[in-house]
Design a protein around this ligand. Sequence first.
Ligand SMILES: [Mn+2]
Length: 361
Amino acid sequence: MSPDRSQRARRARHQQARRLHRLLELMRKGRSLLVMTHDNPDPDSIASALVLQKLARERAGIRADIGYGGIVGRGENRSMLKSLSIELRKKSDIDFSDYDLFALVDTQPHTGNNSLPSHIRPDIVIDHHPLRRPTRSVRFHDVRRHYGATTTALTEYLFASRLKLDPALATALFYGIKSETQSLGREASSADKAVYTKLFLHMDAERLWRIEHSPLSPKYFAMMADAIHGTRVHGDVAIACLGEIAVPDMVAEFADLLMRLEHVAWAFCFGLYHGDLYLSLRTSDRAAEAGEIIQEIVGSEGKAGGHGMIAGGKIQRDRFAVSGCEKLQDLLRARLLGILRKSDLKGTPLIELEPRSPAAV
Ligand SMILES: [Mn+2]
C-alpha cells in the first residue's frame, strides 16, 4: 500500500472508531432498542439490522429487537432467516412503548417504506439512499450515499467494535452486500469491495448456496409465466404489468430478470399487492437517476425512491381513477416513456420479439 493510501485508510479507521464510540454512547443511555428495517425487508436491510442489534446487546449491554412491516416474501429471504436463525418481529406483534430507543436501517424517516409510527422520531438512522431533510435532525445519522449496500457501513462498525464474527452473521452480511450489489457488479464502491473480501473469509459458502437456491413453489413459476406474458418491449425499455402478486418483492425480482434481456437498458415492473401498487425500476445506465425518475412517475400519488440504477415505489391503488391492469399499465407506461423521450409507445410483446443477436439463445 502506498504511504498515501495507508494514511487514508488509517484516517478512515479513526473516523469509524469515533462514529462507533458516539453510537455506543447513545445506546448506553437507553434500556431497549428497536431496529426497524424497511418494509418487505431485503437481505441488505436485515443484515444491517443484525449488526445494530449485536452492538446494542454485546457492546452497550441493552435489550435489542428487530422489527419490520410488510412481509418477508422472497424465498431466498425466508430461507436466509431460517438457515441463519434470524429473529424478526412483525409490526403487528410489536408494542412500541416497550422501547426507549429506535433505529432505522436502509431507510429513512418519511420515505413511506418503513413502519416506524410517524409520531416516533428515530434516534439512529444508518442508510445509503439520498439524505432526506428529516434525517438531518436525527441524533445519530450516518448516510453514505456512495456505498452500494447499507450492510457495508454497518460491517465497518462491527469491525471497529472488535466483536467476534461468527459464520452465520458473516454469511448474512456477505449475502446482504452480494444481493444488493449483484456480487459487487452494481453500484459497488471500494468500501463495499474491501468489506466483502474480508467477510468472504468468514462466511459459510454452503449455507449461502442453500439460501440462494431455496425451493420455489409452483405458484412462483406460474407468476413468472404471467409476468413474461405481460411484458412489452419498447426499443431498449421493457415494461411489465404483473397484475396481482403474491409477494411485493416480485416486482424487483422480475425487473432484475428483464435487465438480462438483450438490448434492454431499462426495466420497469409493477404489480398489485393487498390493494397497493408496487413499482420497480432498473437501468444499466450508470449516469441515470432511477430514484428521481421513479419519483416523477409516481408523482404526488405515492412514495418512491432509490439510487442511480435501482429504484422502487408504492402507490395506493385508490389514488388512481383508472381500474384494471390494462389501463394502469397504459398510464404508467406513458409516464416512463415520456420521461425517457421514447417514441415507440405501443411496443411489442416480449414473447413475439425476434432475437436480435442470432447467436444468443
Ligand atoms: Mn439497501
